[in-house]
Design a protein around this ligand. Structure first.
Ligand code: GLC
Ligand code: CA
Length: 560
C-alpha cells in the first residue's frame, strides 16, 4: 500500500497514565483520551503517538511490555482502544503506537519460559551468557557493559544458572534479535496492530537491537554508556530493520525510530532515500543544550549549543531525509524549566515553540508542552518513581551532600515530564475525579492550565494553535530550504525558510531584556509582513520584547 505523505504531519505525544482519567480511579486512561480527542484535533496536529499502552508491571512505566497484543487494564481494553482509533481517524488524526522490541518485561511469558532452562522453545529469545570463572574462585560478569539506568547490564538468574543482558532496568531483559523467531514475533506484533488500523510506529531504542557478535568489552570511559559502541547501530541492524520495513510497506505505515546518541552521518543510513528502513529518526542533540549526554550531567544552558544542534540536523538532512523536531518527551524534564526564563515562563514557552516548530521536519508536541508546563521539585528521592532517577541517585555521587544530590534529581528526573496534565484550576487540576491522582500534580496548576489558556488569545496554548496552523498551511514552512542567521548570537535564534521565491524569517529572543536586531543582508523591511508574533505588545520589525518570537514573510516576487 502507498504511504501517506508523513512529511506534513505534526504529532502529539500522549503518555496516557498522566493525560486524563476517564473512569475516576486516579490513573489516566483511554476513556480520558477519548474525551480529549477533540481538544487534540483542535490543536492542529495530524497524529497521536501513544507511549506504551500495553500490559506492563510498570518497572519502567510501560516500556517493560508483558503482552504486546493487549491494553493495560489501567488504561482500558482493546475495545476501548478501537473506539479511540476510530474516533481519531474520523477527526483526521493518524495513530502511532510505541513498538518496544529491544527488550520485554521480565514478566513476559517468553521470559518466564526462557529462564526455565536451555532447551525450551523460548530458550534463545533472550541474551543469556555463562559467568566467566575466575582462576582464584568465584566468577565475573560476562562483560563490562553498563545499563543505561546505571549499574551493570547483566543480572543473574538463579533458575537458569546464567546471566541475562539488560541494557535498561533488570526488569527489561534484552531480546535476542539474532534469533529469526524473535524477528518473526516482531513482524506479527506489527501486523496485529496494523491490521487493526494503526498508522505506524515510534520504535523504542530501535538502533540497539543488533548486538556485536561475542559481546566484547567496552572502553570503561563513561559508566552509563559503557559498551554502547557494541550494541548501537550493530552489525545486522539494517538487515533486521529491512525485514520490519517490508511489513510496514504492506500497510503504508510510517516508522519513526528512536536513536539515542546518533549523529547525522549515521542517521542518513537509516532514513535517506526511497529504500530507507525508517522514515524519521528521533535524535537527542537539541535536548542537550544544558547537559553532557544526560540531564544528570548538567551545565548552564547554552543557546549556541542548541542552535548548533538545530542547524547541524537541518543542513545535514536537507534534500536527503526528513527531520523529527523535538524539545520534549516523557524522558526529559520540561523545556521551559531548562531553556526558558523563570521570569518570563509563558513568553519563553512561545519563543521555544517558534524556535523548533518552523524548522524542516515533523514537529512533536508532548502533552502539557502546549501550555508550557514546568518541572516539579519533590522533597526527597522517596517521592520519585522513575527507575532511572532512583538508580542514579543511589549509585552515583554518594559522597555529595543530600542537597546537591537532590539538585541533580530536580534538574534531570523524567518524573518532571510525567506529572498529571493540568486541565483546569479545579480539583486535581481537572485530571481526575478520584480523591487523589496516581502521582503528584505540579502546584502551579491553579494558574497554569488548559481552561485558563483556552480563552486567552495570547496564551501559550493559542500560540501553539496558531503556529501549528501556520505550518500546516505553508508550503514554505513545510518544504522550504533552511538557513540560519546571526549564528554567533548568544541571545537570538534566527532562521529563514525559502521556497519558490517566498521567504519566511523566524526570530526568537532568548533574552530577558528587550533587544534590537537588524534584518540579515538580502531582506528589506519595506515588504515584510508579520505572519505571527508571540507578544501582543511586540511585533515591531527590528525590536524584540523579552523572549519574544516573530515570524516574517516576504512573498514571492518581493524585492526583498
Ligand atoms: C526509551 C524510552 C524510555 C525507556 C527506554 C527503555 O528511551 O523512551 O522511556 O525507559 O527507551 O525502553
Ligand atoms: Ca482511570
Amino acid at each position: 500500500m502507498e504511504q501517506f505523505d508523513f512529511r506534513r504531519m505534526s504529532i502529539y505525544q500522549i503518555w496516557v497514565r498522566s493525560f486524563c482519567d476517564g473512569n475516576g480511579d486516579g490513573i489516566g486512561d483511554l476513556y480520558g483520551v477519548y474525551e480529549k480527542l477533540d481538544y487534540i484535533a483542535a490543536l492542529g496536529v495530524d497524529a497521536i503517538w501513544f507511549s506504551p499502552i500495553y500490559p506492563s508491571p510498570n518497572a519502567d512505566f510501560g516500556y517493560d511490555v508483558a503482552d504486546y497484543r493487549d491494553v493495560h487494564p489501567d488504561y482500558g481494553d482493546l475495545a476501548q482502544f478501537r473506539r479511540v482509533l476510530d474516533r481519531a481517524h474520523t477527526l483526521g488524526l493518524k495513530v502511532l503506537l510505541d513498538l518496544v522490541v529491544n527488550h520485554t518485561s521480565d514478566q513476559h511469558p517468553w521470559f518466564l519460559e526462557s529462564r526455565k532452562g536451555r532447551d525450551n522453545p523460548y530458550s534463545d529469545y533472550y541474551i543469556w551468557r555463562d559467568p566467566i570463572l575466575r582462576r582464584g574462585g568465584g566468577h565475573r560478569l560476562p562483560n563490562n557493559w553498563s545499563s543505561q539506568f546505571a549499574g551493570p547490564a547483566w543480572a543473574w538468574d538463579e533458575s537458569r544458572g546464567q546471566y541475562y543482558l539488560h541494557l535498561f532496568s533488570k526488569n527489561q531483559p534484552d531480546l535476542n534479535m539474532d534469533n529469526p523467531r524473535v524477528r518473526e514475533e516482531v513482524k506479527n506484533i506489527m501486523r496485529f496492530w496494523l491490521d487493526m488500523g494503526v498508522d505506524g510506529f515510534r520504535e523504542d531504542v530501535i538502533t540497539y537491537i543488533s548486538k556485536r557478535e561475542g559481546l566484547p568489552n567496552g572502553l570503561p570511559l563513561l559508566p552509563v554508556v559503557n559498551g554502547m559502541p557494541h550494541y548501537k547501530d550493530g552489525p545486522n541492524i539494517l538487515r533486521y530493520l529491512g525485514e520490519f520495513r517490508a511489513v510496514a510497506k504492506e500497510y503504508g505505515a510510517v516508522q519513526i525510530g528512536e536513536a539515542p546518541m546518533t549523529g547525522v552521518k549515521r542517521a542518513l543510513r537509516y532514513v535517506a532515500g526511497e529504500d530507507r528502513v525508517l522514515d524519521m529518526l528521533i535524535q537527542f542533540q537539541p535536548m542537550m543544550a544544558d547537559c553532557f549526554f544526560t540531564e544528570y550531567l548538567h551545565h548552564p544552558f547554552s543557546l549556541r549549543k542548541l542552535k548548533r544542534a538545530f542547524s547541524r540536523w537541518q543542513y545535514g538532512l536537507a534534500g536527503k531525509a526528513w527531520n523529527a523536531l523535538y524539545l520534549e518527551n516523557h524522558d526529559h524534564p520540561r523545556v521551559v524549566s531548562r531553556y526558558g526564563s523563570a521570569r518570563w515562563p509563558a513568553a519563553s514557552a512561545k519563543a521555544l515553540a517558534a524556535a523548533y516548530l518552523f524548522q524542516q521536519g515533523c514537529p512533536f508536541v508532548y502533552q502539557g508542552q502546549e501550555i508550557g508546563m514546568t518541572n516539579i521539585r519533590l522533597p526527597s528521592i522517596e517521592h520519585y518513581l522513575d527507575v532511572a532517577s532512583k538508580n542514579l541517585y543511589h549509585m552515583f555521587h554518594k559522597n555529595e551532600p543530600e542537597e546537591k544530590r537532590m539538585r541533580r534529581i530536580h534538574l534531570s528526573s523524567r518524573d518532571s515530564a510525567r506529572t498529571p496534565m493540568q486541565w483546569s484550576g479545579g480539583k486535581n487540576a481537572g485530571f481526575t475525579d478520584a480523591a487523589e491522582p496516581w502521582f503528584f500534580i505540579n502546584d502551579n496548576y491553579t494558574e497554569l492550565n488548559v481552561a485558563a489558556q483556552e480563552n486567552d488569545p495570547d496564551s501559550v496554548l493559542n500560540f501553539y494553535r496558531r503556529a501549528l496552523a501556520l505550518r500546516r498551511e505553508s508550503e514554505t514552512l513545510l518544504f522550504g530550504d533552511y538557513r540560519e542567521y546571526l549564528r554567533r548570537s548568544g541571545k537570538l535564534y534566527v532562521y529563514a525558510r525559502s521556497w519558490r521565491g517566498e521567504r519566511i524569517l523566524v526570530v526568537c529572543s532568548f533574552s530577558d531584556a528587550p533587544l534590537r536586531w537588524r534584518l540579515p543582508k538580502g531582506f528589506s523591511d519595506g515588504d515584510a509582513e508579520l505572519l505571527l508574533g508571540s507578544d501582543p505588545e511586540g511585533g515591531a520589525l527590528g525590536a524584540l520584547r523579552p523572549r519574544e518570537a516573530q515570524v516574517w514573510r516576504w512573498k514571492a516576487g518581493c524585492a526583498g
